[in-house]
Design a protein around this ligand. Structure first.
Ligand code: PNS
Length: 162
């Protein structure tokens, strides 16, 4: 049996922290489906297609990793992918409360689906897409925080007309 894990998120945009978690998941599972969530209630900076493209560029060459998007409930998409595990990154205690609640809710909805928390490298735990977007919006350097294509995409989004 192939063990499939799903790694859902907003990925607006992908950061080096996400990539670290994807690499760890790829070493643990045969197939890792990185799933960009469509959320009509959120106003992302990048369209889902852009987020998928940036993730695909960043994960090219990682064996067993696929990138896609989904609408609706994660548990339904996990069934569709035949995934038995949801991977989520935990950076700090502050992430835990929400992640714990989500894991338990997902378990109520789909008792066979396990949530597996992976911690990124310590030096990446301060990264967040929200802060990185703020830095880029204010003209700061983001190259150390995201893969090169995402850094270029951020600069292009916030480029000031000459
Ligand atoms: O990167 P994020 O924004 O922290 O990811 C949150 C995400 C996409 C994993 C979560 O919002 C989600 O699973 N959305 C899909 C809809 C759903 O299943 N909601 C109920 C979760 S208990």
């Amino acid at each position: 049996m192939r063990h499939t894990a799903i790694y859902p998120g907003s990925f607006d945009p992908v950061t080096n922290g996400h990539l670290d978690v994807i690499g760890r998941a790829a070493r643990l599972f045969d197939r890792v489906v990185v799933a960009v969530a469509f959320n009509e209630l959120k106003q992302p900076l990048f369209a889902p297609e852009e987020r998928i493209e940036l993730l695909q560029q960043a994960t090219a060459g990682l064996p067993g990793v696929e990138v896609t998007a989904f609408r609706g409930l994660l548990v339904d998409f996990a069934r569709e992918c035949q995934a038995g595990v949801v991977v989520r990154g935990l950076r700090a205690i502050s992430d835990f409360e929400f992640e714990f609640q989500m894991a338990l809710m997902n378990r109520k909805l789909h008792p066979e689906l396990e949530t597996c928390f992976l911690t990124p490298k310590e030096e990446l735990t301060y990264l967040s897409s929200r802060l990185i977007k703020e830095i880029a919006r204010l003209g700061g350097p983001v190259d150390a925080f995201v893969p090169a294509p995402a850094a270029r995409a951020l600069r292009a989004k916030f480029a000031r007309p000459a």
